[in-house]
Design a binder for this molecule. Structure first.
Ligand SMILES: [Zn+2]
Length: 397
């Protein structure tokens, strides 16, 4: 940390440019440093690889230390963000590590001017979900909007456009105006923001996203938080994943996948690997369901399959059938405090997309007609061809 109080209660910010090594040494010799949060004494570290900073003595149980002591990566990034915020002419006042007495929180940065108050937390190590939730709860209670920025090095890439998000990282997602999800990350090694937009999960942890890497020199804070939502640009990568799924069968170790697999085997003499292409649709709201896309869309496929040909069915009917699977724990809903959207939204989005793709016909609001029987193909080459066709259709949008 860069901000502490001295023995007289004066605030010291050693990240300020006025501090030369000489002055810091003098300060260290003549002062005692106190943590504003826990009131314990701090050490002033000078001359390390990164800028001068304060550190708790060993075995501190200061709340600011939860999640481990600050890493150099974190401190450096925080400092860079602080400097970067100060050059944005739209940000008139920014504080580094201010202690907000009412809620006993100490965000890394706080923007506080006549236009806005915004707490920024830059998180570079996984922290306990309860602490995270408590922290965001405090900000909400105090009516202070907050922005989480993830340490860029925490982003785990699994492919060109895919990432593995841990439960902890899912908490860092935020909803854009159009309902899609995004994550802000900053990496002090490349001095750039990494922004993931339109995050769509394939399975509970593997997600696809539109990624932008933007050097901090080329973007202002105001521009950063005005990021627009964008349409999916990873259809090819997504269907590459579908192909890998079909070709490299792995044992379905989850009860949810196994149950559907068995059901398909008994009723269709097919396995999960032979689900129709339309059971792998990347949808904006896919994140509302935690189960893999092919599991929940696969079940919906079986519900539609049971509808007699040329008959109509409603969204409500499909939703109720899905709800039952959720109750039986054969599907899991994703619970994220920041979302506030019910998973029925993605069921509706799915049916609308299926009708857009002429898989079913929309008759009126939330009413659809089944005009074709589902082909349960067991020829993998033919399935892969259909996937390819569907991918092209989606790409043309
Ligand atoms: Zn402390």
């Amino acid at each position: 940390m860069f901000v502490a109080n001295d023995q007289r209660g004066n605030q010291l910010n050693v990240a300020e440019k006025k501090w030369t090594i000489e002055r810091l040494r003098k300060l260290k010799a003549n002062s005692t440093f106190i943590c504003p949060q826990c009131q314990n004494e701090l050490d002033l570290k000078i001359g390390s690889i990164i800028s001068a900073h304060f550190a708790h003595k060993k075995h501190s149980d200061c709340p600011s230390n939860k999640g481990g002591p600050e890493s150099q990566y974190h401190m450096r990034g925080k400092l860079e963000l602080y400097d970067w915020l100060q050059i944005d002419e739209n940000v008139t006042h920014v504080e580094l590590e201010p202690f907000i007495t009412d809620i006993k929180q100490r965000p890394d940065l706080l923007i506080k001017d006549h236009q806005q108050t915004l707490a920024i937390e830059y998180q570079c190590s996984p922290i306990d979900l309860n602490i995270l939730q408590k922290r965001s709860g405090m900000y909400k209670k105090a009516n202070i909007p907050f922005l989480w920025i993830l340490g860029g090095k925490l982003l785990k890439r699994t492919g060109e456009r895919s990432f593995k998000l841990s439960q902890f990282q899912w908490r860092f997602t935020s909803k854009m105006e159009d309902g899609s999800l995004m994550i802000y990350a900053y990496c002090s090694k490349i001095k750039a923001f990494i922004i993931l937009r339109t995050i769509i999960p394939f399975s509970s942890q593997v997600v696809f996203a539109n990624q932008s890497v933007i050097s901090k020199q080329t973007i202002s804070f105001t521009q950063l938080i005005r990021q627009q939502s964008c349409s999916i640009n990873f259809y090819e990568n997504w269907f590459h994943k579908v192909r890998a799924f079909r070709l490299k069968p792995f044992p379905f170790t989850t009860k949810q996948a196994n149950t559907l697999n068995q059901f398909l085997y008994q009723t269709k003499h097919a396995s999960l690997l032979y689900l129709p292409s339309h059971a792998f649709l990347p949808l904006k709201y896919n994140y509302l369901i935690e189960s893999p896309v092919y599991v929940w869309q696969g079940w919906v496929m079986t519900f539609i399959d049971e509808v007699p040909l040329n008959s109509t069915f409603s969204f409500h009917y499909i939703y109720e059938r899905t709800k039952k699977k959720v109750k039986e724990r054969l599907l899991s809903v994703r619970v994220l405090p920041q979302l506030n959207v019910h998973y029925s939204k993605v069921i509706y989005e799915y049916l609308e997309k299926l009708s857009e793709l002429s898989f079913i016909t929309k008759v009126e609001y939330q009413i659809y007609e089944k005009h074709q029987t589902t082909n349960w193909l067991t020829n993998i080459d033919e399935l892969l061809n259909r996937d390819e066709e569907l991918m092209k259709e989606l790409k043309q949008g």
